[in-house]
Design a protein around this ligand. Structure first.
Ligand code: NAD
Ligand code: TDX
Length: 332
């Protein structure tokens, strides 16, 4: 049996990944998570205790990380500060966790000779024009825009340097925007869904023509597992599912699926430095590893996600008010 150490496993994608691994493999999983405002232990409910353990702690705690890495065959690194708007109000934890935390893990995996998979984002490439015929590929130059994306870019470069300089057995994946269950209500889709469910009007930044390339978190999970099991050491793989949609289209779909008029939302101040468009060319992942997404109908996946938020109010309601207060302080 393979023993995985999953950092950030109480977060959105990390928890989806842990459920995916337990369902689809015979691996055992230990989650290391600091349970920041973004972590929720309830997202890990129902896992079999003979194959799953939770450790509350930080990836910056070198001693703790060493003892956990020593007992693992591979590390899958999701833990990060992840919200662009928060990185604009206070970049500091982004540097600590995304750069120094990743550094701690890299040094430990180097010393212990343990396989490392680094989970990253397409935001490291900056943005595309709406009419650009090209999409991001593994050779697109890095050009991040925000404190969040620049710290993720920096962490990717650390991984590449540890591969080249120290021969670390590592892979990197850069994925597009995820949606699905267990996503924090600060993020675009859950914010709008839970706004409507709370009697608050959805909020669209700027003109809303910005495009994001949506992928279901379970498809991201199967792709990370494919890279972990079959990816070539030292390589980067882009993960995407051909899901480009404008924010305006998504907000209108959310309203329609919840039975409200499609125009029952507010335009609010734009995000400073707001990236216009992300789009992933997943050819390498598909051709080399034979990976395919399961959720190919975005509107059906969105409807199922909305249903999940309707059915799981106790999961998100405790965080809703504080999240909206943070947004109010930013006039968004
Ligand atoms: P999230 O914010 O939902 O979860 C992050 C998790 O990391 C939380 O459980 C938090 O408690 C934990 N964490 C934060 N700091 C920590 C620390 N110092 N030590 C241990 N745990 C800590 O994030 P997410 O959206 O699930 O993203 C997970 C990863 O995937 C991130 O690396 C992110 O950059 C990447 N990613 C996200 C998306 C997306 O659309 N959300 C897309 C591509 C890549
Ligand atoms: O209320 C909102 N209104 C709005 O119009 C919010 C919260 C967002 N938006 C817009 C901004 C973006 O164009 O929606 C889009 C998506 O916003 P976010 O959910 O904040 O995601 P984004 O900034 O695209 O980054 C996400 O995808 C890549 C994740 O948060 C990152 O962690 C990941 O790396």
């Amino acid at each position: 049996m393979t023993r995985l150490l999953v950092t950030g496993g109480a977060g959105f994608i990390g928890s989806n990944f842990v459920h995916h691994v337990i369902r689809n493999t015979d691996y055992s999983v230990t989650v290391l998570d600091a349970l920041t405002y973004a972590g929720n232990i309830a997202s890990l409910d129902g896992l079999p205790m003979d194959r799953f353990a939770f450790v509350h702690g930080s990836i910056g705690d070198a001693e703790l990380v060493d003892s956990l890495v020593a007992a693992a065959d591979a590390v899958v690194h999701f833990a990060a500060e992840t919200h662009n708007d928060n990185s604009l109000s206070d970049p500091s934890p982004f540097l600590t966790t995304n750069l120094l935390g990743t550094f701690t893990l890299l040094e430990t995996c180097r010393r212990r000779n343990v396989r490392f998979h680094h989970v990253s984002t397409d935001e490291v490439f900056g943005d595309l024009a709406l009419d650009d015929a090209d999409r991001f590929t593994e050779t697109t130059p890095y050009n991040p825009s925000s404190p969040y994306s620049s710290t993720k870019a920096g962490s990717d470069l650390l991984v590449r340097a540890w591969v080249r300089s120290f021969g670390l057995d590592a892979t990197i994946s850069n994925c597009s925007n995820n949606y699905g269950p267990f996503q924090h209500v600060e993020k675009f889709i859950p914010r709008q869904v839970t706004n409507v469910l709370s009697g608050i009007r959805p909020k669209l930044y700027g003109d809303g023509l910005n495009v994001r390339d949506w992928i279901h978190a379970d498809d991201h999970s199967s792709a990370v597992l494919a890279v972990l099991e079959h990816g070539r050491s030292g390589e980067t793989y882009l993960i995407g599912a051909d899901g480009e949609r404008s924010n305006k289209d998504v907000i209108e779909w959310v309203l329609e699926l919840l039975g409200h008029p499609r125009d029952a939302y507010d335009h609010v101040a734009d995000r400073p430095g707001h990236d216009r468009r992300y789009a992933i060319d997943p050819t390498k992942l598909r051709d080399e590893l034979g990976w395919r997404p399961r959720f190919v109908d975005f509107e059906a996946g969105l409807a199922a996600t909305i249903q999940w938020y309707q059915d799981n109010r106790t999961w998100w309601e405790p965080t809703k008010d504080a999240t909206e207060l943070r947004y109010a302080a930013q006039s968004r």
